[in-house]
Design a protein around this ligand. Sequence first.
Ligand code: PEP
Ligand code: MG
Length: 746
Amino acid sequence: MAETTESESRKLLVRLREAMAGDDAGQARLDKITHLIADSMGTEVCSVYLFRDEETLELCATQGLNLESVHQTRMRIGEGLVGRVAKYGKVVNTPDAPNAKGFRYMPETGEERFSSFLGVPVQRLGEMLGVLVVQSKEAREFSADAVYALEVVAMVIAEMTELGAFVGEGAALSPLHQQAVLIHGGSAQEGAAEGHVWLHEPRVIVTNPIADDPARELERLNGAVEELRVGVDKMLEVSRNGDKEQLQVLEAYRMFANSKGWMRRMEEDIARGLSAEAAVEKEQSQARTRMSQVQDAYLRERLSDLDDLSNRLLRILTGQGANTGAELPENPILIARNIGPGDLLEYGRSLRGIVLEEGSVGSHAAIVARALAIPLVVHAKRITTEALNGDHIMVDGDQGVVHLRPDETVVGAFRDKIAMHAQAQERYASIRNTPAVTTDGQRINMVMNAGLMADLPSLDGSGAEGVGLFRTELQFLVRNQMPKRSELVALYQRVLDAAHGKPVVFRTLDIGSDKVLPYMAPTDEPNPALGWRAIRVGLDKPGVMRMQLQALLRAADGRPLSVMFPFVAQFEEYRAAKAELDKTIERERILGHALPSELKVGAMLETPSLAYAPQKFFDEVSFISIGGNDLKQFFFAADRENERVRRRYDTLNVSFLSFIERIVERCAISGTPLSFCGEDAGRPVEAVCLAAMGIRTLSMRPASIGPVKSLLLRVDLGELRKIISDARHRGDQAVRPAVMQYLRGL
Ligand code: PEP
Ligand code: MG
C-alpha cells in the first residue's frame, strides 16, 4: 500500500477535486471517487455507504466489490462493521474482518475475499451521512496515517454530499434539503403556524473543502484564530466585573482558543489538503460525535464550548453564518437547537412559530413561548441539520409535529386546520366582552396568567377580567443579573397601569426546582422539585423577598394590591411570609410612602398538605389559588417535567376531582375566595369540570380564555356535576368519558 504521507493525501484530494469538477452525474462522480481512493491507498476495495433513511445504509458506490450489489446491499444502523461505524461514529480498523466483532456476511458483495477492513464515518457537524470503507486481501491493520488520510477524504465526501454533488441522473443520493420531511417532536405550546425557516444559527456552507496551498490556508487559520482570541479576550474584559458563571464560560473559551491540541489537529488537516474551514469543521464534527456520547455533564459542557468556538471560527473564515443584517423572512418560524429566554424575547412577537431540536416543555424558553402564545415544538430531531433558511415549514403545536418543505396534500390539510383555528378565533373575539355565565346561571370569573411585559396587551385583547397569576420570577429568569428594586418598581407599575384598575395578583418569587436563576449559586439537590424552592427560599433568605415586597408596595402607590406566596405547605409558612410583608409595610409607612388602599394576601395551594391545614388558616388568608400544575404532580407523585409520566394521570381522575371538591368545601366554610391557576384551567373540558366542582375563578393563558369561555357558555354546571357524581358512584376511574359524552350532546 502506498504511504499515506501528507503529500500523498494532498495529491489524492487534488485528484478528487478534479473528479468533482467534471460534468458527470452524481453516480459517476461517486464511482470515480471510490476508484481514486482505492488506487491512492493501494487497496483492492473502496466503497461508499450512505444513509437512505434514518435507519438504513446503502452501498452507493464501490471499487472492488460486486458491482451488482450497488444500491442493493443495505444494512441497518448498528448492523455489521459498516453499521457499527455509523452507529458509534467511530473508526473500525481490523486485519481480520470476518472474525471481527459485529461482522455480518453479505454474500452478494463478494467481500469475504477481503481480510482487512478500515471504515470511517462520513459525517458533517455531528450528522452521520454514511461510511467510507477500504478493504484489502492482505491481513493487516491500517496505519494511523492511513486512518487519518481516510478521515480527511471522508470529510471532503461529507461536504460534497452537503453540496449535492452526488445528486443527478442515476443518482446515488436524492438531493439533501429538498425533500419533504416530517418530524415528530413534543408539543410545548399549542397552535398551528405556516411560514419560512429562520435559523437562529444559520448553517455555514463550505464550498471549498480542498485547498492547493497549505501555507496560505495555515495563514488564514492563524489569522482567524487570532481574531477569535482577541474577541474572547474583549468579552472577558467586559465581563470582568460581571456574572461569575459567564466569566467561567469565557475562561473555558479562552482555554480552548489557546489549546495546542486543537490547533495541531487542524494544522495537520490542512497539511493533508483540507481548506482552513474544512479543517475546523472536521474537528468540530468529531467533537459533536463525542458530545453525543459522553455522559459526564461537565465534559459535555466543555465539548459544547468547543462547538461554539468552532462556529465562531467558521463564521470568521467564511463571512457567513451570522444573521446580522439579514432580514427576517415573511412569517418567520424560528429553528434552533436550544434558545435562551432572553434571545427569544428579543425576537418577540415577530415569530409565527418555534421549533427546537432539544428544548423541553418546562424550559424557560417554553414559558416565554407560551406567554407569547407562539406555537412551539420541542425535541424535533435533526431539524437544525435538515432545515435551510427560507424553507417552507408548517408547525403543528397541538400534535408536536413539524412539516418541513411539505408537499401539496399536507399544505392543503394544514391550511384547513389553520383556517379552522382562525374561524374559532373570530368566534372567541365575538364573545370577548360577554361574561362567562353558564346555562344554569353560574358566573365564572375569567382571569389570565402573565409574567412578561409582552403579556400586557392581552389584558385588553383576550377579555380577561384581571390577572390571576403574575409570575414575577420570569422577570428574574430572563436577565443575567438580579434586577434592582427601582427596576422592579417601574415594572410592577407598568403592569398595574396596563390593568386599568382590573385586579392583578402578584405571586412572589417562585424559584428553585426547574426555575434556576443564572446569577444565583446553584444548589445541588437530589430532587429539586421537592427541594429548596419558592417560599422556602424566600423565608430562609428573605433579602430578595423583602426587596420584592417593597417594590410591589411602591408600585401600587396607594392603589389596591394583591400578593400571594407560592408553594405554601403549612400554615406557619404563610404566617411567616405575611409577617415579612407586615414588617415591610411598617417600614414603608415610616419612610412616608403611600400604602395600598386595599391589601389582599393569599397563598398558593400546591401541596396536598395545605388542603388539611387548620381552618384558621382558611380564615386568615384573603384568598387561595390552587397551583394545579404542582398540586397534581404531588397528588399523583408524577413529575410534571417527565414526559414518561406527566400525562399518566388524568386531571379528571375521580380522586383528584374529589380532592378539589374538598378544598372548595374548606374555603366555603371560611368564605375564602378560591381560584385555580394551573394549565388545566385553560383546557376547556378540564375547566368546565373544575367549575362544576365549585371553582368560580379560573386563571389561564390569555389564548385559552376564548375556548374556555365558549364552552362554559354552553354547559349546565348542575347537570355536569351530576354526571361527575354518577361516574364516581359507578366507580369510574376518571369522569372524562361520561363528561365527553355529555359535551358531545350539547
Ligand atoms: C402551578 O404550579 O400550577 C402554578 C401555577 O405555578 P407554576 O406553574 O409557575 O409552578
Ligand atoms: Mg407551581
